[in-house]
Design a protein around this ligand. Sequence first.
Ligand SMILES: [Cu+2]
Length: 119
Amino acid sequence: MLQSSAIALAMTALAIPASAASTAPRAASSATIHMHDFAFVPKTLTIDAGTRVTIVNDDDEAHTATAIDASFDTAGLDAHETWSHVFDRIGSFAYYCELHPSMKGVIIVRTHPASKGHS
Ligand SMILES: [Cu+2]
């Protein structure tokens, strides 16, 4: 009797992390933007909140990815350097390269479907 309720408790305890993981895939999400031939690829990236974005400089020139609202800034990324950041704030974040202002991109961060109704 005691033993079976202990087992039931143990199963309940095991079920909690499993369901938490299925409603919170945020940590697993990632996306990459390349600085390639003086352009950001993709130019527009749409991600769920909580996604880790890695920016990779594929060029032999230094570049930056600098948010117009100053919410993020890679600062100077030399050839083949990378930078990454977890985007938690919902919104549309336009950015450009301070060294080559014609290089422009946008990161659109939306609410993750699983986190809706969480308040
Ligand atoms: Cu640049």
